[in-house]
Design a protein around this ligand. Sequence first.
Ligand SMILES: Cc1cc2nc3c(=O)[nH]c(=O)nc-3n(C[C@H](O)[C@H](O)[C@H](O)COP(=O)(O)OP(=O)(O)OC[C@H]3O[C@@H](n4cnc5c(N)ncnc54)[C@H](O)[C@@H]3O)c2cc1C
Length: 377
Amino acid sequence: MADVIICGLGAMGSAAAYYLARRGRRVVGLEQFHPVHDRGSSHGETRMIRQSYAEHPSYVPLVTRAYELWDALEKETGKTGLLTRTGGLYVGPLESDGVAGALRSAKEHNLPHEMLDANEIRRRFPPMNPDPEFVGFYEVNTGFVRCEDAIRTFLDGAARSGADLHFHEKLTGWEARDGVVRVTTERGAYEAEHLILAPGAWAPEIAHFPRSGALRAERRVMYWMRPQQGIDPFRIGSFPCYTWELGGPDFLYGFPSSDNVSVKVALMNAGAPCNPDQPERNVTPDEVKKIQSFLGSRIAGLDGECLRAVTCMYTVTPDKHFVLGPHPHHPNVSVAMGFSGHGFKFACVVGEILTDLAVNGETAHTIDLFDPRRLSA
Ligand SMILES: Cc1cc2nc3c(=O)[nH]c(=O)nc-3n(C[C@H](O)[C@H](O)[C@H](O)COP(=O)(O)OP(=O)(O)OC[C@H]3O[C@@H](n4cnc5c(N)ncnc54)[C@H](O)[C@@H]3O)c2cc1C
């Protein structure tokens, strides 16, 4: 019998496998697709990491730990370039969620930051053209994690520490009784003391939460644009990661060039519910036109040729906060789901938390905001 079975070896499951195996646990990992695939939530080269967390100050200690763990992962594995610090700018009205939320977290946790007015934004980052009344919250610690590289590093490290990782093997059912979890897959059956459910967009079919609609898979698109005036103003060191308020629930965000050819941009909230087994992976010309129209007046030169557009999935909760902790009805099952489009940066610390829960039944990290019971009542 294994100590821990992990369902899903994407961002969260691969991190849990890594930290559990390093703590000497016997791990069986189950993944329905091949390693580092592009059919879930964790592909597309880069994921932003920011410290002055606009969504809620409770995320700050976790993201601070995540920075430490990403740096440590590079040292432990010899893999470089997983985390790149680029600086980050959140552009919008002073009272907007992105700017006011970041300020609140920065003040509460005493984090380094600068406030820039629209002229200063234009001076420092010439392609940017904010409305005159917009401000920018700038923090030096923002950057990005190379997502496929990070997952590959976790999987390789877990396997080196003895984890038994099964790919192309879908979990089809689970039950937890008398201190043992029993899992069935398309190929067999397994038992362990603890089960971790980290199924990404497939959470609604696997979590067994009674409240329907608690978790919803949604489609998103990432775009790689070719800057019309050349790549130089968009290189790391010249251009930051950024978010940009658009006046509604949606906002634009993007990165400096990570390949010195293209510049990645996306919209945060504009998405439609999807079936994770059959999401619409085709990106329409209208979708490309829409992002070009948002970019046009705001970031000079990015509204030209779209080199590539790729879909991805969010798993969204009603309050957009994560679902992380013991399963409401089964103490020896832990869940890590509902990351609502902002989970990747935390994958390492989520792996650490899941390891704590599987090994000790509790964690020293504060995860009250993510209590799974709020979705099962
Ligand atoms: C376009 C886009 C942009 C994003 N940008 C950011 C960002 O800038 N910063 C940030 O922090 N976050 C960002 N996110 C969110 C972040 O990427 C996700 O929160 C994170 O990747 C979720 O990881 P996961 O492990 O839950 O899901 P996944 O990585 O998708 O892993 C779940 C895995 O479970 C497997 N699985 C499911 N069911 C079964 C089963 N029954 N049996 C076996 N295997 C199963 C799936 O195949 C999959 O591999 C973004 C997401 C998208 C889509």
